[in-house]
Structure formats: C-alpha cells, structure tokens
Ligand binder design. Sequence first.
Ligand code: UDP
Ligand code: MG
Length: 170
Amino acid sequence: MVERHTEYPSLQEAQISSRMADESTFIAVKPDGVQRGLVGEIIKRFEQKGFKLVAMKFVQASEELLKEHYTDLKALPFYPGLVKYMNSGPVVAMVWEGLNVVKTGRVMLGETNPANSKPGTIRGDFCIEVGRNIIHGSDSVDSAKREIGLWFKPEEVVSYKSCAQSWIYE
Ligand code: UDP
Ligand code: MG
C-alpha cells in the first residue's frame, strides 16, 4: 500500500479545489427581497445547491456604490429608477463560490423579467415585475470579479475548507 503524506492534499482533493477555486459570483438580495422576508429562502437555495458562502453583509448601499454597480446601464431609461429602488432599503450582499457558479447562479435566478422566468427559479417563484425582481446575480466571471471588488474588501471574503466538498464534487 502506498503511504500518503497527510500534510499534502490527495490528488482528488487537489483536483476538486482547483476546479472550484476558480469561480465566485456576487449575489445580492435587493431591498424588496429583504422587506418581503425572502432572505432566508434565497440563501437556502444557494446552500442546498451545494455552493459555498464566502462573504456576506447586510448593508444600506450608498447611491454612489449603486451607480457604480450598475454603471453599464447608465444610458438606459430605467437607470435612475433602478438606483433609487436599490437605495430604498438594505440589501444582503453575498459572494458564493463553486463550479460554474456564475452561470448556474443566473439559471437559479431566472430571467431579468420575472414574467419570463420559469417556476422553480427565484424570480419565477417570488416576483412579478422587472423593476421589483428581488435579486441580483453577476452575469459573467469578469463582472463577478468587478462587483465583488466593489462590495467587499479582500479580507471580507473568507477562505475556508467546506467539510461537504467531497460529497458535492466527485
Ligand atoms: N431593470 C428594470 N427595467 C428593465 C430592465 C432591467 O428595472 O427594463 C432592472 C432590474 O431590476 C434588473 C436590473 O435593472 O435586475 C439590471 O438589469 P440587467 O439587464 O443587468 O438584468 P439582470 O442582470 O439583473 O438580470
Ligand atoms: Mg445584470
């Protein structure tokens, strides 16, 4: 039997962490989601899927931060209303980590317009109008990096080993 040096991760553990370590997404429960008591439900869905929570804060976001967060949309007619909506109460800002978490996170959210979102998705199950669609999720790996940097200091994103890792990844 080959002896294993326990201070080094096994090949399987190393492969799991290299596949997982590469992706994080920024998820935020918007003010309507907070007011409607959907914070727990939303966190539950990401937890139960198997994604790993690595940062979270409950915060009243400034207008300045929100304008920057949605800067790509600033030419669009709904932009001022969007910033006002996002500034109308506290939000829960989070970073979730896992394999393909950006794309899968978007699938879990549903479409931007809840009317086009299938039942089983967060927007499909809990909201009706595009301007009150309860949750934000990064749309690409690059925007996730930008958004995480905007909402969190590097030391607020926690690195830890999940005991469920080898039960979630093969
Ligand atoms: N939004 C809106 N009216 C629109 C389109 C978007 O109020 O016609 C809001 C909505 O809250 C949406 C946000 O602007 O979530 C950002 O728009 P984006 O196209 O980035 O959609 P998302 O990435 O959130 O699905
Ligand atoms: Mg977007």
